[in-house]
Design a protein around this ligand. Structure first.
Ligand code: FES
Ligand code: CO
Length: 344
């Protein structure tokens, strides 16, 4: 690795997510022939776009370690600001300005990563992706209106943020007078968690919401969660025969203990609700969650399930922790190490 990440790559939480897709920014933040510096998993990356294609590379020039994000796009190439090396869309250097007749060798390559555009966001994997960008089943369904919310910056581990999203028992307390009543918390029934190598899904989890479903109508909501990457989770909430309120939550791991939470809400009712009303409620909820998640200790998620005390309502969290731990064991880190080289 050219520059050591600030996050110890041997940590379980790092290993569990290094081969996953992470939503790093809105598609609209990277315009044609523009460069955006971003931070992901303790490293600086540069994201740039040419001819519509998205590139995500380490923000690092192979010559002398300058930041490519300080450079510019010239034709279909990214130019390093220091000595003007020109890298093509595959990351191969094509031109050394100090030696214009020389053909750059195969080792003069930027460190490239895989990038995809999905759901209005750019997703990057700094390892080897094992699968697709996490599914968002409502995205192509026109019956659902979509609203992007966030970003919410949490000084917290991304896995803590996702576990919070998967936890319904905190609603009456953290979201008092919004999503439950702290003086009359609902007893939670047991539910099933289905675990496969691809991830977790739950049966419906019933939660009485005295203040209603965005329209102020008291309702027993039924949440079905799914999680196909430790940093991306989804729920479908049924609040009536046909009413569905769904959320894709993306917790982008910026550093070990800093993440950016982004959401896409998909809703098939409440035409009268304005986008501002929907966003205001999400802002309120995720800022309430932030206070808890930022102050949990230890900051990383304790994946050893003996480290904390669990109740039956924590079943999803327990299975999530076990799954994260298994993924960390499975993942190969050898792709992240490479010997130094010269273009001889
Ligand atoms: Fe990039 Fe020299 S450091 S061209
Ligand atoms: Co919450």
């Amino acid at each position: 690795m050219p520059v050591q990440p600030t996050w110890d790559v041997s940590q379980i939480d790092y290993r569990a997510i290094v081969n996953d897709w992470h939503a790093v920014c809105l598609s609209s933040e990277v315009e044609e022939d523009k460069i955006l510096p971003i931070r992901l998993m303790g490293e600086d990356l540069v994201v740039w776009r040419h001819d519509g294609a998205i590139h995500a590379w380490k923000d690092y020039c192979r010559h002398r370690g300058a930041k490519l994000s300080l450079g510019w796009v010239k034709g279909d190439r990214l130019v390093c600001p220091y000595h003007g090396w020109e890298y093509d869309g595959q990351g191969q250097c094509r031109h050394y300005p100090a030696h214009p007749s020389r053909t750059p060798g195969p080792r003069s390559r930027a460190y490239t990563h895989k990038a995809e555009e999905r759901y209005g966001y750019i997703w990057v994997c700094i390892g080897e992706p094992k699968g697709e960008v996490p599914a968002f089943p409502n995205w192509l369904d026109d019956d659902y209106r979509k609203v992007s919310a966030g970003p919410y910056v949490y000084q917290a581990n991304a896995l803590r943020a996702i576990e919070n999203f998967l936890d319904v028992a905190h609603f009456p307390f953290v979201h008092a007078d919004l999503n439950g009543d702290p003086n009359a918390p609902d007893e939670l029934e047991t539910y099933d968690v289905n675990v496969t190598p691809e991830g977790l899904t739950t049966s419906e989890i019933k939660v009485f919401q005295p203040y209603g479903d965005h329209r102020g109508i008291p309702v027993t909501a039924k949440y079905a969660f799914s999680c196909s990457s430790p940093t991306t989770a989804y729920f479908e909430k049924k609040t009536g025969d046909t009413e569905r309120f769904c959320t894709l939550m993306m917790a982008t791991p910026v550093e070990q203990n800093k993440c950016i939470v982004r959401l896409i809400v998909a809703i098939n009712f409440g035409e009268e609700l304005t986008t501002e009303q929907i966003l205001k409620r999400q802002d309120l909820v995720f800022n309430q969650d932030r206070r808890m998640v930022e102050t949990q200790r230890p900051h990383p998620l304790p994946v050893n399930v003996r480290d904390e005390i669990h109740l039956s309502s924590d079943k999803l969290g327990v299975e999530y922790r076990r799954w994260v731990q298994r993924r960390a064991k499975d993942h190969d880190l050898s792709i992240l190490t490479e010997a130094p080289t010269v273009d001889a």
